[in-house]
Design a protein around this ligand. Structure first.
Ligand code: CUA
Length: 302
């Protein structure tokens, strides 16, 4: 009996069908393997040879702990205009919080500094414009990152936020000032001298004529009042800031443009001006804060 005929749409190949791969196909796996090795070496080597200053130091923190460190640092080395003069060899601290970089630090030119960065709220991006730096860092809450930077040329360099962090993101700017060693020395010597004149920051209560009080509402970007009223003459406004977010109080209008010191964590910022009758804007001058609602209207009457 004959075997049943097997039918198939595919004819089995004849023996000897398997030919060696063509040369191009034999080289290909070696090319792929080689480029994997090359790219791996590149990624590691670039860290050391590519002129990058990737943050290499980091530790866990909390917004409250980091704000306290920043406040201590700002108080210790704070100079005129709220700028913080960082002695060479000292770490600098900078807090990103909607929508500001605090404080404005002053570095000595050509000197290597470690700047600790952290965020008090959302994810922000730290980008230093100019200064020959190649820095684009993510700044997140609960992480402090130490980035090393050396800026050669004196100047005022812009810091922008390059991570969308909320409605005021585009206002989120800061500055790093770089000064010559001579300027730094002079400033540090001046800072080392005992501060002249008693600060009036501890005076409380006493509603003197023309003395107005404002308070920051918790950790928000708002004052406790939207309107203020005063009589013409000398007007003093004291802002109490219980939050870790840096704020100041400023008055603007009718040729008046004055600002108080930037304070955090229970600090008081005071501003004084002689005002004529009219309407003035009282606001926080930390970039982005007035735009976010930190402002009130001051009406001055005869
Ligand atoms: Cu901070 Cu965008």
């Amino acid at each position: 009996m004959a075997a049943p005929e097997v039918t198939s749409s595919v004819t089995p190949p004849a023996p000897g069908w398997a030919k060696p791969f063509p040369r191009a196909e034999r080289i290909f796996p070696w090319l792929v393997g080689g480029s994997v090795l090359l790219m791996t070496a590149f990624v590691i080597g670039w860290l050391y040879l590519g002129g990058q200053n990737v943050p290499t130091d980091s530790h866990a923190t909390t917004p409250a702990a980091f704000s306290a460190e920043v406040a201590t640092f700002a108080k210790r080395y704070g100079g005129p205009g709220g700028r913080v003069y960082v002695p060479p060899g000292t770490d600098a601290y900078m807090l990103a919080i909607r929508y500001s970089w605090y404080p404005e630090i002053v570095l000595q030119s050509g000197t290597r500094y470690r700047i600790w960065l952290s965020s008090g709220d959302a994810l922000h991006g730290f980008s230093l414009v100019g200064g020959g730096q190649n820095l684009n860092l993510e700044v997140e809450p609960n992480h402090a990152m130490g980035a090393w930077i050396t800026v050669g040329k004196p100047g005022r360099y812009l810091i922008v936020c390059n991570e969308y962090c909320g409605l005021g993101h585009q206002h989120m700017k800061g500055h790093i000032v770089v000064v010559s060693p001579e300027v730094m020395r002079t400033r540090l010597q001046a800072l080392a001298l005992p501060k002249a004149g008693g600060s009036s920051s501890s005076t409380s209560g006493g509603a003197a004529p023309g003395a107005l009080q404002l308070r920051v509402l918790g950790n928000t970007l708002a004052f406790d009042k939207k309107t203020l009223a005063a009589r013409a003459g000398k007007v003093t406004i004291t802002l109490v800031n219980p939050s870790p977010i840096p704020h100041d109080v400023a008055i603007k209008g009718s040729g008046v443009d004055v600002k108080g010191a930037i304070v955090t964590a229970g600090g008081r910022s005071t501003v004084t001006a002689v005002l004529k009758p009219g309407t003035y804007v009282v606001y926080c001058s930390v970039p982005g804060h007035a735009e976010a609602g930190m402002r009130a209207t001051l009406t001055v009457k005869q």
